[in-house]
Design a protein. Structure first.
Length: 274
């Protein structure tokens, strides 16, 4: 569920004071326009330099997602900005990250960002899945969508998955790519994580065949998908997005349902011919 974004200056005084006690006086705050998982997300210009701060009210149901981001951060700094600081103040859970310069990735057909995107995915695929307290498991995340021809037990795995490859979470910097917002780190098969990205590419305008071909050529982990398991994931992922749309009927969720349905239909046709 998305949440409303507020500015840094709208935080309670105790929360603002905690940030300034750590990073210095805030001279300018730039609220991030993208992202839906944090109520406060801003680049702060301070006496000590720039820092990215995000946060959620302690009484919000999604505060657990932010804690997962904290737990996994030490293991993903090869691809993600480093967490510098965390605190609870003024009724808020606040995180401070090193600031990285970049723009959101462009997933549209013909974009020049795809070599850097592929490099980022490969780097994520190389990170061992850490054993942290709140790590999710793919087959458990999809347990509600089991049955009626879908067996989510086939989706267990031991790789680290990001699972939220929206363009807001991929920053193209100066010759490198950062993968941010690790609110849903999951233990599962790497190919399934790539499949979530493939659905994003379809949503951005790619045909499923073109997205499939790009993943096959650029991402070695794509070839590890067992033919028997891929259709089960495609169906479960479509059911997941339908569930999300039911609870949050926003246009972008409807577009993701359409993209997931297109991918599911393609996988059914593709694997029928294998």
């Amino acid at each position: 569920m998305s949440m409303s974004r507020i500015s840094f200056h709208d935080l309670p005084a105790a929360a603002r004071d905690a940030v300034e006690a750590r990073f210095g006086t805030v001279t300018r705050a730039e609220t991030a326009g993208a992202g839906i998982n944090s109520a406060i997300a801003a680049t702060l210009h301070t006496d000590g330099g720039r820092v990215f701060v995000k946060g959620i009210a302690l009484d919000h149901a999604q505060v657990q997602e932010q804690q997962r981001d904290v737990e996994v951060n030490p293991y993903v700094t090869a691809v993600a900005p480093r967490l510098l600081w965390q605190t609870e103040a003024g009724g808020w859970s606040l995180l401070g990250y090193e600031h990285v310069a970049g723009r959101h990735a462009d997933y549209r057909p013909g974009s020049p960002d795809f070599p850097l995107l592929a490099d980022a995915v490969r780097r994520v695929n190389q990170i061992p899945c850490p054993d942290v307290p709140h790590m999710l498991h793919l087959e458990k995340r999809l347990a509600d969508f089991d049955g009626d021809g879908v067996d989510v037990s086939l989706l267990a795995g031991d790789d680290l998955m990001h699972t939220d490859w929206g363009t807001d979470n991929v920053l193209i910097g100066d010759g490198t790519t950062y993968v941010v917002d690790w609110a849903w780190p999951t233990r599962g098969p790497a190919w399934a994580d790539i499949a979530t990205l493939v659905v994003r590419l379809i949503e951005a305008g790619h045909t499923p065949a073109a997205a499939d071909e790009w993943a096959r050529v650029e991402l070695p982990a794509w070839a590890t998908a067992p033919p028997i398991a891929a259709p089960h994931f495609a169906q479960a992922y479509l059911r997941l997005w339908k569930h999300i749309l039911d609870g949050d009927p926003q246009p972008w969720n409807a577009k993701m349902v359409d993209a997931a349905r297109t991918w599911n239909d393609y996988v059914e046709r593709r694997d029928r011919t294998v």
